[in-house]
Design a protein. Structure first.
Length: 454
């Protein structure tokens, strides 16, 4: 089998893909109504549904999930007796952070330096476009040889679990022989990669209260307990001096035995400033793929501009804990909560609310679907062999699907290679990666259908 007809078709479709990605990126679909209107997510969901209908998908539906968001579903029947493949992406995005730090507007797809910039371009609106490209290429070259289900999630970035709970209540809906999760990425541009493991996640919101109200720092400072100072001390207890995560009772010594991430490449990918040390111990692969990592992702406190000389009566923080395979996210959340409560200084009143959770995931890379993907990637990336890596991020749906459909094979690919800077300002996607991965996915669907006939 040659990749040439498929690759030529995908190449011819790239201008249309760019125009469609620009339309999809334009929706400010952050699934948090406190930041952006819910109508932005609803409009993005409607766009995705219309795109599926235009490709002759049946049973297209906007699914109202328990967290108040919408996931989009569609079904494309294949030949009689063909296997069913579920293709996943999500249309919700991370907030743009400081929009003034973007070189071009975050919700306006902009081409620059050979890449397309915009929030969601790689994570994961580009993943949905990748699925469309693969299916269109197959339809133009003999037809889609499998039955296809598509699910586009509306709240993946918030970790609120709406689609997981909907799938558990409707277990027949997403049943498939294999699942392609289009939400990870190559180890780097041009290196075809499947993701073997994902860290799970626990998200906690912590509040400390020490005073009935704010006080003048000159009149009361030095004796009155400042809630912000208490919060700083509490959060500092979550890391050792070298930056290693230190949560009472949580193991932090696992080792990664697969593809290694050279430290100099990691420093470059992470854009670590000269002279600044990496944190933690062990190899980089150990730290980002095999061990837990705590991050303070937000603190409510007065901004520098407009601040007054006051002691703070209350302080609030959001803490994210990434949990590697082999550790239970629910148990890790309990350990983190207990650690916070036991390390709270000065008898401050503490309340801890869990606002998100997802289990870690480990794929079976020895399955026939992985062999079919390896062959497809070899054709789509001439001269390159498929690599297997971990990813430090979380996709909670993976474990839900694995539990619901234990016989299904689950593969993880996507556009979020290091240069994409997902979750950061100036997120971008490599159009060459979009093109080659679309070719790989199309060839995989062919290979997989053939393997099921054997």
């Amino acid at each position: 089998m040659t990749a040439r007809p498929i690759s030529e078709t995908v190449a011819s479709l790239m201008p249309r893909a760019k125009a469609e990605l620009a339309e999809l990126v334009a929706f400010r679909s952050v699934a948090d109504p406190a930041q952006f209107p819910k109508s932005e997510c609803e409009a993005a969901a409607a766009w995705v549904a219309d795109a599926l209908r235009a490709e002759d998908f049946q049973d297209v539906a906007l699914l109202d999930t328990p967290d108040g968001t919408q996931s989009v579903y569609g079904y494309l029947p294949g030949p009689a007796g063909a296997p069913t493949v579920l293709l996943y992406a999500h249309y919700d995005v991370q907030p743009p952070l400081d929009e003034s730090a973007w070189i071009s507007p975050p919700f306006e797809l902009t081409e620059r330096d050979g890449r397309w910039f915009g929030r969601g371009a790689a994570d994961c609106k580009g993943g949905f476009i990748m699925h469309l490209l693969a299916l269109r290429a197959l339809r133009a070259n003999g037809g889609v040889p499998v039955s296809v289900k598509v699910i586009a999630e509306g709240s993946e970035e918030q970790g609120t679990g709406g689609l997981e709970r909907y799938a558990e209540a409707h277990p027949e809906l997403l049943a498939a022989d294999t699942v392609v999760i289009g939400d990870t990425g190559n180890f780097r541009v041009g290196v075809p990669t499947v993701t073997a493991t994902l860290r799970g996640m626990a998200m906690l919101r912590v509040q400390l209260d020490t005073l009935q109200g704010n006080l003048h720092s000159g009149q009361f400072g030095g004796a009155a307990p400042d809630a912000l100072a208490a919060m700083i001390q509490l959060l500092a207890s979550l890391r050792a001096e070298d930056g290693t995560t230190t949560i009472d009772g949580l193991a932090t010594d696992a080792e990664w035995d697969g593809l290694q991430y050279p430290e100099d490449e990691f420093r470059q990918d992470a854009k670590v400033l000269d002279g600044v040390e990496l944190i933690g111990s062990g190899s980089v692969s150990d730290r980002v793929w095999a061990r837990p990592a705590v991050t303070v992702i937000g603190i409510d406190c007065p901004p520098v501009v407009g601040s007054t000389p006051s002691l703070q009566a209350s302080a609030r923080a959001q803490v994210s804990l990434r949990v590697p395979p082999g550790q239970d996210a629910a148990e890790a959340a309990k350990l983190l909560t207990a650690h916070l409560e036991s390390h709270t200084p000065w008898g401050a009143r503490i309340s801890v609310e869990q606002v998100g959770q997802g289990q870690a995931f480990r794929a079976d890379t020895t399955s026939p679907a992985y062999a079919a993907m390896a062959e497809a990637m070899r054709a789509a990336y001439p001269g390159e062999e498929m690599q297997t890596a971990g990813m430090g991020g979380s996709i909670p749906l993976c474990n839900t699907l694995a539990a619901l459909y234990p016989q299904a094979e689950i593969l993880l690919i996507g556009l979020s290679e290091p240069e994409a800077q997902i979750h950061a300002v100036n997120e971008s996607v490599s159009p060459r990666e979009l093109e080659q991965l679309s070719v790989a996915e199309a060839l995989f669907l062919r290979n997989y259908a053939e393997s099921k006939k054997a």
